[in-house]
Design a protein around this ligand. Structure first.
Ligand SMILES: Cc1cc2nc3c(=O)[nH]c(=O)nc-3n(C[C@H](O)[C@H](O)[C@H](O)COP(=O)(O)O)c2cc1C
Length: 301
């Protein structure tokens, strides 16, 4: 019998396909396109302790093979999220991973403590957003800060914690090791790469924030390389992402060492991408007479 299920930090996922934070809302916008029951997990948009307005507009722009965004983690805050979004997601037989953001260690801890009593399977801690001045990437670019925030969050978390790493560093394995030392249960990578676009006709920045995070197929080779490096540097399971649009893309990440994968920007131009990837992975396993997807994890050395 075909096995597509994978395990991360003791949690069983029916398949390795997840949604990338911030590109799938909390699932409701996409539920008319995708049966959420078919996904391994829904990873929610970043949630903070209080509502955040996000950055001024314009805050997204298309680029070759992708897009740049500087949304700035707009979100309704944890109370609205817990009342509105968790009950919606609980209707489906998929795992719930909540992405957590904050400006200070205390902010992150407050959200983690609030979620402790909620029916959430794992927490993904975003220490890698390039579009906020405080918190976010300020934590993710300093190994001491990565280790410290991981330790503080881990102390308070009821659910296993996934630390989400930034690619905007010289050596991502240093950050991965710091998160492992701080007690992380898993890692996810990559967040967006800092970029810039200039509107030549108007002679101004395309985004009000000047810089934004580059995502989509353009970043995939960078992401695959980083997943491979991190898989060979730490023992933690990895959720790989960055430009995944097809089953073949997803399989590249798994062969490089990811236990699961997330689909982000692809959802915007193909809202059924996640479901197609689930199906495509199954077809690949059958065609290649592979009984268990776990045989593929890190199979390319
Ligand atoms: C519009 C947009 C919003 C995002 N919001 C978040 C977020 O709230 N938290 C987070 O950790 N990552 C966020 N990300 C990063 C994605 O989860 C993902 O790491 C990145 O886009 C790379 O994957 P992709 O190329 O498949 O989009 C966002 C990305 C985009 C494009």
């Amino acid at each position: 019998m075909l096995n597509t299920s994978v395990e991360i930090a003791g949690v069983q996922f029916k398949n390795p396909v997840m949604t990338a934070s911030g590109t799938f809302g909390s699932g409701s916008e996409y539920s008319e396109f995708v049966d959420l029951n078919t996904l391994g997990a829904v990873v929610t948009k970043g949630v903070a302790n209080v509502p955040w307005a996000g950055n001024p507009t314009p805050r997204i722009a298309e680029t070759y093979g992708g897009m740049i965004n500087a949304i700035g983690l707009q979100n309704p805050g944890m109370e609205t999220f817990c009342k509105r979004d968790i009950p919606f997601l609980k209707q489906f037989s998929t795992k719930i991973i909540v992405n957590v953001c904050g400006k200070t260690t205390e902010d992150y801890c407050q959200v983690v403590e609030r979620l402790a009593e909620e029916p959430v399977d794992l927490l993904e801690i975003n220490i890698s957003c390039p579009n906020v001045k405080e918190g976010g990437i300020a934590f993710g670019q300093d190994p001491k800060a990565v280790e410290q925030i991981t330790r503080e969050v881990k102390k308070r978390a009821k659910q296993p914690i996934i630390m989400k790493l930034s690619p905007n560093v010289t050596d991502i394995t240093v950050m991965a090791k710091a998160a492992e030392a701080g007690g992380a249960d898993a890692l996810s990578l990559i967040n967006t790469l800092t970029g810039m676009k200039i509107n030549v006709q108007k002679r101004c920045f395309a985004l009000a924030n000047k810089t934004g995070g580059l995502s989509g197929p353009a970043i995939k080779p960078v992401a695959v390389r980083m997943v491979y490096q991190v898989a060979n540097a730490v023992k933690l399971p990895i959720i790989g992402m960055g430009g995944i649009a097809t089953a073949e893309d997803a399989l590249e990440f798994i062969l490089a060492g990811a236990t699961a994968i997330s689909v982000g920007t692809a959802n915007f131009n193909n809202p059924t991408a996640t479901a197609e990837i689930v199906k495509g992975i199954e077809e690949y396993l059958i065609e290649n007479k592979i009984d268990d997807i776990r045989e593929l994890i890190g199979a390319v050395k």
